[in-house]
Design a protein around this ligand. Structure first.
Ligand SMILES: Cc1ncc(COP(=O)(O)O)c(C=O)c1O
Length: 357
């Protein structure tokens, strides 16, 4: 069977050339005579790859020297807990922007470790104006999710929290637009969308924030311990790290983050245009808060939606169902989604609407 266009929200589509490279290298990685999965994480070959990966990420994202780059297991939700556990031993006041299901969950998890103040809560169509935000100038950090994967709401600008360090969950938008790392205290992303496959997360943390972990935090989840051990305190998920390395090479080959941003703008504009020009599909989010990556849309009835998903799948357009918590349809278009996939989706949507409207 030929490959299809995969609109999955995550784990998500990988570039075909990355899959091909992985296939080519799987029996004999870097002349070792074994695969990457069969090699010790303490071998020089693996450690060199990890160190090089870190330097490639530093260059790609322009990460200043006073930031540590960590590779951690536990996924995005693991970090929802690990961040307050690692940062709030001395100051428990934390701010959360609740703009969708993920930041809501992050705020809920944090309540076990910290005193959570909700700065603002998004509606189904926007993020309330900053004049209404309830920021705490004494908070240890302010957490936000620039791109909410399920609701499709995003921040068009970095929220201004004054001297309070920003913590950002970039799981669904990392490497899709240029960001100024120096504006943040902590940035993180689980890998399974734009950084490869599930099993590893990237965490970028300003070094002055490494000193406030609870004593009870297990060593393998302690950011400072992992930083001192170059993320190798225990056996790191080696294959997901390797896949991240392939993805980083691929992004560089494509022209870097600026090119990814340009592609993302082109793809999302096409899809929103198709939605907005039809009276059949609907996306209620105000233009400035619309995600460029995860685009939810509705159809007039559940029956039409069911047919849409079925027929789309027959056309090789897969995993377009919205998240179970919100329903509807959703197209996730990470870096690996080619523009041709979006063209096919738009053509299919026009055809389907003209058939059933
Ligand atoms: C923005 C965001 N944060 C966190 C998560 C949770 O990640 P994980 O499943 O690795 O815990 C997701 C998963 O889709 C996500 O999209």
């Amino acid at each position: 069977m030929a490959r299809v266009y995969n609109f999955s929200a995550g784990p998500a589509a990988l570039p075909e050339s990355v899959l091909q490279r992985m296939k080519d290298e799987v029996f004999n990685w870097q002349g070792t005579g074994v695969s990457i999965m069969e090699i010790g994480h303490r071998t020089a070959t693996f450690q060199d790859m990890l160190a090089l990966l870190e330097s490639k990420i530093r260059k790609l994202m322009n990460i200043p020297n006073n930031y540590k780059v960590l590779f951690l297991a536990g996924g995005g939700q693991g970090l929802f807990s690990l961040i307050p556990m690692n940062l709030t031993a001395k100051n428990k006041a934390v701010d959360y922007f609740v703009t969708g299901i993920w930041s809501d969950r992050a705020a809920k998890y944090s309540k076990r470790y910290a005193d959570v103040n909700v700065v603002t809560t998004a509606t189904s169509s926007n993020i309330p104006d900053k004049s209404t935000w309830k920021l705490n100038p004494k908070a240890k950090y302010a957490f936000y999710c620039p791109n909410e994967t399920i609701n499709g709401i995003s921040f068009s600008q970095i929220p201004n929290t004054g001297n309070v360090p920003l913590v950002a969950d970039l799981t669904s938008c990392i490497l899709s637009q240029n960001i100024d790392v120096s504006r943040y205290g902590v940035l993180f992303a689980a890998a399974q969308k734009n950084l490869g496959i599930a099993g590893i997360s990237l965490l970028i943390i300003r070094d002055d924030l490494l000193d406030e972990a609870y004593d009870s935090v297990p060593d393998v989840f302690n950011f400072k311990s992992q930083s001192e051990n170059k993320s190798l305190l225990n056996t790191i998920p080696t294959f997901p790290v390797y896949m991240m390395d392939l993805i980083v090479d691929w992004v560089n080959e494509q022209g870097g983050v600026a090119k990814m941003e340009q592609n993302s703008l082109a793809k999302s504009s096409k899809l929103y245009k198709a939605i907005d020009e039809s009276s059949f599909y609907n996306n209620l989010i105000e233009i400035q808060y619309r995600s460029r990556i995860n685009i939810p849309f509705s159809l007039p009835t559940q029956e039409l939606l069911d047919n849409f998903l079925l027929e789309a799948e027959r056309e090789g357009l897969k995993y377009l169902a919205g998240h179970a918590l919100v329903g509807g349809a959703r197209a996730s278009m990470y870096n690996a989604m080619p523009e041709a996939g979006v063209n096919s989706l738009v053509d299919f949507m026009k055809y389907f609407a003209s058939k059933y409207a």
